[in-house]
Ligand binder design. Structure first.
Ligand SMILES: [Ca+2]
Ligand SMILES: [Ca+2]
Ligand SMILES: [Ca+2]
Length: 129
C-alpha cells in the first residue's frame, strides 16, 4: 500500500529521533538527552514518552491525531533500510498511525539504554551508549 510506505517514511523522518532505532551511539545519546525535560541528567520512561508525543505532534501537520497521507507535505525521505524500524507502530496496517498506536510502539532505544531495566536512563547508562 502506497500510503503505508509514506507514513513509515514520515515517521522515520522525525521519529527515529524519538525511537532511536537506527542511530549510532552518539545520536542515541543526544536523543535521550533531548528527552530530559527537567534537566536532571536522567530520562524516565515518562519523559521519553512525552518527547515521543512531541514528535508525533510535529509530524501530524493537520492536527487530527492521525499520521496519514494528509500530513505528507514537507516530510523528508528516509532510507529504505530504516523502514522496518517503526513499521510496528502501525498495528493494524491500515497505513495510518494514530496517536495511541504511536504511543504504544516499541521503544528500542530506551530499552537498550536502560540496562538495569529500572525505567530510568541515568547518566551512567547514558554514558555507556
Ligand atoms: Ca529527567
Ligand atoms: Ca494528521
Ligand atoms: Ca536504568
Amino acid at each position: 500500500m502506497k500510503a503505508h510506505g509514506w507514513v513509515i517514511a514520515a515517521v522515520l523522518a522525525g521519529v527515529v529521533a524519538a525511537t532511536g532505532t537506527a542511530s549510532a551511539a552518539p545520536d542515541a545519546r543526544r536523543m535521550l538527552q533531548s528527552a530530559d525535560r527537567d534537566g536532571d541528567g536522567m530520562v524516565t520512561r515518562a519523559e521519553f514518552a512525552s518527547s515521543r508525543q512531541a514528535v508525533f505532534d510535529r509530524l501530524d501537520r493537520n492536527r487530527d491525531g492521525v499520521l496519514d497521507g494528509a500530513d505528507r507535505a514537507g516530510v523528508r525521505p528516509v532510507p529504505a533500510r530504516l523502514r522496518d524500524a517503526v513499521a510496528g507502530a502501525d498495528r493494524n496496517r491500515d497505513g495510518r498511525i494514530t496517536r495511541a498506536e504511536f504511543a504504544a510502539a516499541p521503544t528500542p532505544l530506551f530499552d537498550r539504554a536502560d540496562t538495569d531495566g529500572n525505567g530510568v536512563v541515568d547518566a551512567y547508562e547514558m554514558a555507556r551508549l
